[in-house]
Every structure is written in structure tokens, then in C-alpha cells.
Design a protein around this ligand. Structure first.
Ligand SMILES: C[C@H](O)[C@H](O)[C@@H](O)C(=O)CO
Ligand SMILES: [Mn+2]
Length: 416
């Protein structure tokens, strides 16, 4: 134990905070690494890439993964530089085994056998996502809310297949998957009819969730969005739509930090959601103007959001995943920066002097609340983070980047 950590532990103790308890919770909370940061959401289905439909990675930094071997090598490299437990967040368009023979509506867990083996060897859980974009049946930008019943049926079957694949991962790995549905459906310009697509989406989701999938192995979630590139005026799967749907049907809600108005406070939503939905999935991300997918920074929005998670008393009902894709910088570094920041923000939240703050608030002493909130910001959380890195045999801040540079020189630069 370093002297810096010993001193930090004592300082936090004065504030009534047990750093060992915070470290134990952090060590028991996995963050789900999104596979799509490694290849700009291209997937393995065709070499041309281009996710399309409101999911756009910008930039042309060399070295992106082009296949299972490269993507898993990159994930292994990334995992070495992130302290504490991880999961994998996988999209359906990353099927590996005999997948060319099956369209998305016919995918099964067998098509992901290599991923099952890979995750099992690492002791990771896997989360899953139907891929409702970058496909001929998504060419007009509508999937589950498409006006064509045949197209809707295709995506319903894909989502059912995905829930079963999630359960397959859950059963094989002994850790339930969260299977999250996001669709790109929407209009660039003002719709004449806002009702009909939402009514169709409700009907499609009812069909998707009517299929029985073992909840011990798979948890469902639905992800809203305010707008996307090319769907600036109307998104079928809006926040209000999915909030209502999740509450009514008691399924999980996915809060993507980049999917709300730029000044909207995501942190404030958590305590309400936990009262009405069984579980929450986070897509930790960073919105910048019209983009929702910048690499996670240790900014106020991220710290506030994960502090609410840390202090919720319901971490067993919360799953933390990440969702960003930046093709303009080294993708390995992007993954590591985002994941370390997510974990740091969670740790900072776990180290908040909650008992003291609630006591003065309850007493109506709101000046003391503000004073304590502000003074607590000077507490040495960085020493606790450094201790977490040491205990997990991971390079602390300021010393992980050379390993990324070496990997870029030795591995990524060979990918032409
Ligand atoms: C690739 C993901 O499913 C996608 O990013 C989705 O989660 C989203 O956030 C779209 O904006
Ligand atoms: Mn998302």
C-alpha cells in the first residue's frame, strides 16, 4: 500500500468515507467494452463497412481491425491497460462462425461460437445488440417501424434472434447478457404523421418481446435517441416512446449519454427510472454538438451520472456499457481513455461523503451542503485510483500510453 493511498484513506475516513469499500465496489463492477470502437462499427458482414442510418464514424486513422483475429487482439491489448473487471458488448453484425450463410433474422448462438470461447477464456460476460442498420432492409432508414410489413417482420425476427443469442451467451458464460435494441428509424425533415411509425414500433416490439427468452440468461433493454445525422426532425424511438414502453412492459431502459438535448442532465433521470423500470443500461458516451459518440472524458456530465449510479443503492439493477466511436485517433487509446474515465467517474462517485451530505440536507442546512460538496472535490481520489491500478496490476495514469504506442508500431501499422 503506497503512502499516498494510506494518507488518502485517512483523509477520506475523516469525511466518513471508507476507501476500501469503494475499491471493493469498483472491483465488483464490470464495464462493458463496445466491440464497435475497434473498427468504426463496420462489423464482419462485408468489407465495405459504413454502418449508415444515423451511426457515422468520422476520421480515417490507420490500423482499424478488419476481422475477428485483429479485433480480439486489440481488445486483449485494451484490457491490459484498464484496471478491474470488463465485459464485451457485441453487435450482431460481428458474427464469426458460418455467418455468411445466415441473414440477420436467422442468426443463432452457433454463429458466435468463437466469441463464446473467447469470452469464456477471459471470464468475461457478453452483452448483445441486434444490428438494425447497414443492411438492405434498412435502406430507407426504417426498420421496426417500417411501413412495409415484410420489412418489419425481418427486423422483428432479427431482434428475437438477438435476444436468444443474448441468452445463449448468458447460459454459456454463467453471466446474464443485456440485449439492447436501438433502431435508427426517423425522418430528416418534418413528418406529416408522427403517430403511425410509433404505433408500428410498439406493435413490432410487442412481437419481439412476446418470444419467451429465459430472463435468468438475458435481460432486455430499449435505447432512445433524440436525433441522428439524417434523422434530425423525427426519431420514432424517442425518449418518451421508450420510457413509456419500458415502464408499461417492465423491461430495461438504455440511457445513452449522447442521446438527449445538450443541456439535459442525464444524472437526474436515474433516480426516477429506478422507481419505474426493472433495470438501467448505460451507454456512457459524450455528445458534442450534433454528434453523440465522442470518447468519454472525465467531464461534469460523466462524473454526475456515475455519481448517481454509485449512490443509487441499486447497482445490482444497473449495467454500465460504453458507446463511442472515434475514427480520427488511435482506436486502442480511445477505448482505454473512455473506459478508464468511466471507471474513474464511478470511483469518484463511490468516494462522495454521502452520509455527511444527506445529514446536513436533512437538517435543512443547505449552505453546509454546498460547502461540503465543494470542499470534498479537493479530496485525493487520484491516490485511490492509483491504488486500484496497482492492485489490478495495471499501469497507473501517466504510464499506459507507451504500451499503446508500441502496439501501434508493432501491430496496427502493419494493417494496410
Ligand atoms: C452501435 C450502437 O448500437 C449505436 O451506437 C447505438 O447504441 C446508438 O447509440 C446510436 O446512436
Ligand atoms: Mn448507444
Amino acid at each position: 500500500m503506497s503512502t499516498a493511498y494510506q494518507s488518502a484513506k485517512e483523509q477520506f475516513a475523516v469525511w466518513g468515507v471508507d476507501t476500501e469499500a469503494a475499491l471493493a465496489t469498483l472491483a465488483a463492477t464490470p464495464v462493458s467494452l463496445h466491440c464497435w470502437q475497434g473498427d468504426d462499427v463496420d462489423g464482419f458482414e462485408n468489407a465495405s463497412g459504413n454502418a449508415g442510418s444515423g451511426c457515422v464514424a468520422t476520421g480515417n486513422y490507420p490500423g482499424k481491425a478488419r476481422n475477428f483475429a485483429e479485433l480480439t487482439a486489440d481488445l486483449d491489448q485494451v484490457a491490459k491497460l484498464i484496471p478491474g473487471p470488463l465485459r464485451l458488448n457485441l453487435h450482431a453484425n460481428y458474427a464469426t462462425d458460418n455467418a455468411a450463410k445466415a441473414d440477420r433474422d436467422a442468426l443463432t448462438i452457433e454463429h458466435f461460437a468463437s466469441w463464446v470461447d473467447w469470452a469464456k477464456q477471459r471470464g468475461w460476460g457478453v452483452d448483445f445488440n441486434p444490428t438494425c442498420f447497414g443492411h438492405r432492409h434498412a435502406a430507407d432508414g426504417f426498420t421496426l417501424s417500417n411501413k412495409d410489413a415484410g420489412v418489419r417482420r425481418f427486423w422483428i425476427d432479427h431482434c428475437i434472434a438477438s435476444r436468444r443469442i443474448g441468452a445463449g451467451f448468458g447460459a454459456a458464460l454463467g453471466k446474464p447478457a443485456v440485449t439492447n435494441i436501438w433502431i435508427p428509424d426517423g425522418y430528416k425533415d418534418t413528418p406529416a404523421d408522427r403517430f403511425a411509425p410509433r404505433a408500428r414500433l410498439q406493435e413490432s416490439l410487442d412481437a419481439v418481446f412476446a418470444a419467451k427468452v429465459n430472463p435468468a440468461h438475458n435481460l432486455d433493454a430499449v435505447e432512445s435517441k433524440l436525433f441522428g445525422i439524417g434523422v434530425e426532425s423525427y426519431t420514432t424511438g424517442s425518449h418518451e416512446f421508450y420510457l413509456g414502453y419500458a415502464v408499461k412492459n417492465q423491461i430495461g431502459y438504455c440511457l445513452d449519454a449522447g442521446h438527449f438535448h445538450p443541456t439535459e442532465n442525464i444524472a437526474d433521470k436515474i433516480s426516477s427510472l429506478l422507481l419505474f423500470v426493472p433495470h438501467i443500461l448505460f451507454h456512457v458516451s459524450r455528445g458534442v454538438r450534433w454528434d453523440s459518440d465522442h470518447v468519454v472524458a472525465l467531464d461534469d456530465a460523466t462524473k454526475d451520472m456515475l455519481a448517481e449510479v454509485a449512490q443509487s443503492g441499486a447497482m445490482d439493477r444497473i449495467a454500465i456499457g460504453m458507446d463511442f466511436f472515434d475514427a480520427s485517433i488511435n482506436r486502442i487509446a480511445a477505448w482505454i481513455i473512455g473506459a478508464r474515465n468511466t471507471k474513474k467517474a464511478l470511483l469518484m462517485g463511490l468516494l462522495q461523503p454521502r452520509t455527511k451530505l444527506v445529514a446536513v440536507e436533512t437538517a435543512g442546512d443547505l449552505a453546509s451542503r454546498l460547502a461540503l460538496q465543494e470542499d470534498a472535490k479537493s479530496l485525493p481520489w487520484g491516490a485511490v485510483w492509483a491504488e486500484f491500478c496497482v492492485r489490478n496490476n495495471t499501469a497507473p495514469d501517466g504510464s499506459w500510453l507507451p504500451a499503446v504506442k508500441a502496439y501501434e508500431r508493432d501491430v496496427l501499422s502493419a494493417r494496410k
